[in-house]
Design a protein around this ligand. Structure first.
Ligand SMILES: Cc1cc2nc3c(=O)[nH]c(=O)nc-3n(C[C@H](O)[C@H](O)[C@H](O)COP(=O)(O)O)c2cc1C
Length: 303
């Protein structure tokens, strides 16, 4: 049988397994259409809050020598209501709406604002490492994770994904809490808390001092997390972190991911990267005689 790139992440069906990660180009419907036509199976929006957020002053992003980026953009976004109006005309693109908030009611309110939109899934950002009272600070609080996931699951029939990262609570416990509370899938991982200092001014480079490291340096960490999650839990996983080639993507499938997201690679290869990775995966599947992505998911765990 001819291989094909369709994949299922629990209840979410995609024609292609490579998605745009949250926060990278995730702000306009025109761009979403362009990414979809360029081979993205879905696009994840910038994380949205109940009100518009300005974010941090510059500098907010820094290119690390040897690879990777450190960013502390501060989750600047136009707010869920404005964003929902903007994507209302969408018919074709599978859009995964990323949401960020501090309490269950924030998420409930935002989901109501997307009632007239075609949303493929919600991704709860429980992992941004550089903004107070949201993201990782929420993901590190098991009681809050439980309340937020249960509230969101009771507010919508659309599939819900939790995006986890490396905080002070072990991320495997956060994953376990999200699963107990009814989550449909897990995205692993967000950026890793990091910093850079300018030796001349002797000051942190980013205005927020700390940011999140993304790109190739975090790939082995993200891969390890996907492998650990899939070894411990029976939950669909989306791998994210440092993916820039088809070989990276296949490594994540073999570790247990059913799909992947990428962000930083767009900075290096622009959006051709989606097509390049899709083509490479297909050629690999032909060579190994696989007809579906799911045939290789988790194979690296075999003894
Ligand atoms: C500039 C920038 C902004 C980001 N904004 C968000 C965001 O709003 N929400 C989120 O969940 N992740 C955000 N991320 C994290 C990415 O979605 C992704 O998890 C991370 O960059 C690792 O993937 P990569 O190595 O392919 O970039 C951002 C990353 C970057 C570089």
């Amino acid at each position: 049988m001819e291989p094909d790139l369709t994949t299922s992440i629990g209840p979410i069906q995609l024609n292609k397994p490579v998605m745009l990660a949250s926060g990278i180009l995730g702000i306009s419907l025109d761009v979403f259409n362009r990414l979809y036509r360029s081979g993205a199976g879905a696009v994840v929006t910038k994380s949205l809050s109940t009100e518009p957020w300005e974010g941090y002053p510059n500098p907010t992003i820094f290119s690390v020598k040897g690879g990777g980026w450190i960013n502390a953009v501060g989750l600047s976004n136009p707010g869920a209501e404005n964003f929902a109006k903007m994507i209302e005309p969408n018919k074709d693109v599978p859009i995964i709406v990323s949401l960020v908030g501090s309490i269950p009611e924030d998420f409930e309110k935002m989901i109501q604002q997307f009632e007239n939109c075609k949303v493929a899934a919600y991704e709860l950002n429980l992992s941004c490492p550089h903004v107070a009272k949201v993201g990782l600070e929420v993901g590190d609080d098991p009681e809050l994770v439980k309340k937020i996931v249960s509230t969101v699951k009771n507010s919508t029939n659309v599939p819900v994904i939790a995006k986890v990262g490396l905080g002070t609570t072990h991320y495997l416990n956060t994953v376990g809490t999200a699963i107990e509370s009814g989550i449909d899938a897990i995205t692993a991982i967000n950026t890793v808390r990091a910093m850079a200092i300018d030796v001349e001014t002797q000051r942190p480079i980013l205005s927020n001092k700390f940011g999140g490291l993304s790109g190739t340096p975090i790939k082995p960490i993200a891969l390890r997390c996907v492998y650990e999650i899939s070894s411990k839990y029976d939950i669909p996983i989306i791998g994210c972190g440092g993916i820039s080639t088809w070989e990276d993507a296949v490594e994540f499938f073999l570790a247990g991911a059913s799909a992947i997201q990428l962000g930083s690679a767009i900075g290096d290869n622009w959006i051709d990267v989606f097509d390049e990775i899709n083509t490479g995966i297909l050629q690999y599947m032909e060579k190994k005689n696989y007809s579906k992505i799911k045939e290789m998911v988790g194979l690296a765990k075999k003894l």
